[in-house]
Write a protein that binds this ligand. Structure first.
Ligand code: UDP
Ligand code: MN
Length: 276
């Protein structure tokens, strides 16, 4: 009898421009530090140039070039940055100028990576602080709640970290559901994935800790528990960062990963109320 093929696991992120390539570099550094033996796949479009992508090779990343999804012109128009910001304004934080909402949908290309049995997607604006390989054994579709302001946030999921099983068949079904006449996905892939997987499995918030929790719900912050730190809204590498002073220790930590500097003992870092 032939041995079954080994299970293949990959962390997957997405990069559609040079800014998010910077994010992916910090993410890849952080993942390597966890000692994982899973692949790291960077899905990238032609929007990121080689000069920004090639540093990722030193972390053993697999660069996989993808196209935007084959969506109708009307769909693309509805989700273009200016139109989306006009019909569904962001009131809680500011999206950087280099963020293009339409690009988010390229995340769905993960389901085409059928050489892997299980994938963990992580946004390029996140860093992994401890080994999370056990997530590969979690069911599709697992994700953490979108908690950054109030308890009501627990009703919604955040698509910055999720567990999925690649499948061409599933990818096809997703595309069909995505681009229906007049369909508007207010928060792009995130709104879509929550609708597509209404019974999503909830991960603890610490698998996708959103940076605003640092100042909105300081009691929830616990450096010993956080596995993934996610810089939603403003990015730590932005030059005009309106919340930089408020988020200083988190931004400094991101820069230490990005630069490959010595890292502090993260579990021993001061929680917000101690740091204040
Ligand atoms: N992304 C990208 N280019 C874009 C927008 C998004 O590469 O123009 C990718 C990138 O991996 C990013 C993720 O999609 O981390 C989601 O966007 P973002 O993290 O900026 O959204 P937020 O977490 O602030 O809601
Ligand atoms: Mn993000």
């Amino acid at each position: 009898m032939r041995e079954p093929p080994p299970l293949r696991h990959a962390y997957v992120t997405l990069v559609t421009n040079n800014d998010y390539a910077m994010g992916a570099k910090a993410l890849a550094t952080s993942l390597r530090r966890t000692g994982t033996s899973a692949d790291i796949v960077v899905l990238h479009t032609a929007g990121a140039d080689q000069g920004h992508l090639s540093p990722l090779l030193q972390f053993g990343c697999r660069l996989v070039q993808v196209d935007h999804l084959p969506l109708s012109a009307e769909f693309n128009e509805r989700h273009a940055r200016s139109n989306l910001h006009a019909s569904a304004p962001f009131t809680k934080g500011r999206k950087p100028a280099f963020h293009s909402p339409l690009d988010n949908f390229c995340k769905l290309r993960l389901w085409e990576l059928t050489e892997y049995s299980s994938c963990v997607f992580i946004d390029a604006d996140a860093i992994v602080l401890r080994n999370i390989d056990k997530l590969f054994l979690y069911p599709e579709f697992s994700a953490a709640p979108n908690v950054y302001e109030t308890l009501a946030d627990f009703h919604r999921m955040n698509s910055g970290v999720f567990v999925a099983r690649p499948s061409g068949d599933m990818f096809g079904r997703m595309l069909e559901r995505l681009d229906q006449p007049d369909m508007f996905w207010k928060r792009t892939d995130q709104t879509f994935l929550q609708a597509f997987f209404p019974d999503w499995h909830g991960l603890p918030v610490y698998f996708n800790m959103l940076q605003y929790v640092w100042f909105t719900m300081p009691k929830l912050w616990d450096w010993r528990s956080i596995s993934v730190l996610h810089y939603q809204y403003e990015k730590p590498w932005e030059t005009n960062h309106p919340k930089a002073e408020k988020l200083r220790p988190l931004i400094d930590l991101w820069h230490a990963f990005y630069a490959g500097d010595d890292l502090p003992d993260i579990s021993a870092m001061a929680n917000p109320e101690e740091a204040a």
